[in-house]
Design a protein around this ligand. Structure first.
Ligand code: NAD
Length: 369
């Protein structure tokens, strides 16, 4: 892999390689765009097979954050970081302190948060080194776990998809298959059950599903069968890449609307496959933006109700995307990508990274200290 070529391919602004021998930290911070604001995105701790694999991941993820913030109408750009190595072996407070200092050295162009294998406790350590962090606990000035807000956004997105495709205002009596009943999936199941939905669930963790059967009479199926269930909505809330040529052919639903990132294995082909089958796909980065909306509120001064209100607006954003896709004869993903790109283009034409500087002038990030 030619790393420089990859960095130029999608127009990333800056990619920083960080290393600290004392703690074993090897990290990459990627800023895709600061046109709409400072680049915000979580830090993923993953045992990559190679540095090239880590570079590919951080470039793809940071670009996704630009699109997510743009469509959610947030004054944020897109960035992401990865820490390379086995978290079980490498994770220490010292390592996150050093990572925090690297984040601080970016001067606010990049703001970090949790992602896979990085928890609130880790962000509390980072928060001691830099104000450019979100998702730490309220003690450290943060808003804590964003999962309930993400779940509310997904729930609102499901309601929009049901209204658009099934012409129904109520979810009562519908069957929804939830794949992955962790932080987001379990909160989503609660909201769905409270609205009269019959739940079909699957998780590799038997405790997660047993709890849902006990509490909401959820039907438990195997992780290999969850996507094949005859349901009104299939909601992937676990892994990426679960929608591909094989699984799409086996679907028995008319709506896909879930929290998982990067649900489509091949974005272009799989979004077209779904369109061809008449399955309404709620683009993952649009429907799961609740977490990002929440941390954006954290940066401005946190009021939970305002954050929840904005997460509910995902309903209207998705409606707009569904309508645009139908009118233009494109996939819903193509419609949301176009929406993000035109917003970024317009901002650039009006003077480029203006909002980023405005943010710094207002010093709102520093308020968190
Ligand atoms: P989590 O780790 O708390 O939950 C994931 C669940 O999926 C776990 O219960 C796990 O056992 C289960 N799982 C793993 N492999 C599975 C498989 N093959 N089949 C079925 N279940 C499986 O994670 P989370 O925070 O709930 O996030 C879920 C998804 O949503 C992820 O893709 C994440 O990137 C995305 N997301 C989360 C947030 C957030 O606020 N937490 C925000 C945006 C996007």
């Amino acid at each position: 892999m030619d790393i420089t070529k990859e960095i130029h391919k999608f127009g990333h602004e800056q990619v920083v390689f960080c290393q600290d021998n004392a703690t074993g930290l090897q990290a990459i911070i990627a800023i895709h765009s600061t046109v709409l604001g400072p680049a915000l995105g979580g830090c993923r701790f993953w045992n990559y097979n190679s540095e090239a694999e880590a570079v590919a991941d951080v470039l793809r993820l940071s670009r996704g954050m630009t699109y997510k913030a743009a469509v959610a109408n947030l004054p944020l750009g897109g960035g992401k970081s990865v820490i390379i190595g086995d978290p079980q072996r490498l994770k220490t407070k010292e390592l996150f302190s050093v990572f925090g200092r690297f984040v601080n050295s970016m001067g606010g162009r990049y703001i970090t948060a949790e992602d896979v294998n990085v928890r609130v406790d880790d962000m509390n350590v980072v928060a001691k080194e830099t104000p450019y962090v979100t998702g730490s606990t309220s003690v450290s000035g943060g808003s804590g776990d964003p999962s309930p807000v993400t779940a509310l956004g997904v729930f609102s997105g499901i309601k929009a998809a049901v209204k658009y495709r099934l012409h129904r205002d109520s979810l009562a009596g519908l069957r929804v298959a939830v794949q992955g009943c962790g932080a987001v999936g379990s909160h989503l199941c609660q909201l769905l059950a409270e609205n009269g939905v019959h739940l079909v669930v699957a998780d590799i963790n038997a405790h997660a599903t047993a709890h849902l059967r006990e509490k909401y009479h959820a039907e438990i199926v195997s992780i290999n069968d969850i996507h094949r269930q005859q349901v009104d909505v299939y909601s992937p809330c676990a892994l990426g890449g679960i929608l591909n040529a094989r699984t799409i052919a086996e679907l028995r639903t008319s709506i896909i609307a879930g929290a998982a990132n990067n649900q489509l294995l091949d974005e272009e082909k799989d979004s077209e496959r779904l369109r061809g089958l008449g399955i309404l796909y709620a683009p993952d980065y649009v429907i799961n933006a609740g977490g990002l909306i929440n941390v954006c509120h954290e940066l401005r001064g946190y009021h939970a109700e305002n954050s929840l209100d904005d997460a509910r607006k995902i309903y209207h954003t998705l409606m707009e995307i569904f309508i645009k896709a139908e009118n233009r004869g494109t996939s819903t993903l193509a419609a949301s990508n176009a929406m993000a790109e035109s917003k970024i283009q317009l901002t650039m034409e009006r003077g480029g990274q203006r909002l980023f500087h405005t943010f710094n002038n207002q010093a709102w990030i520093k308020l968190r200290r």
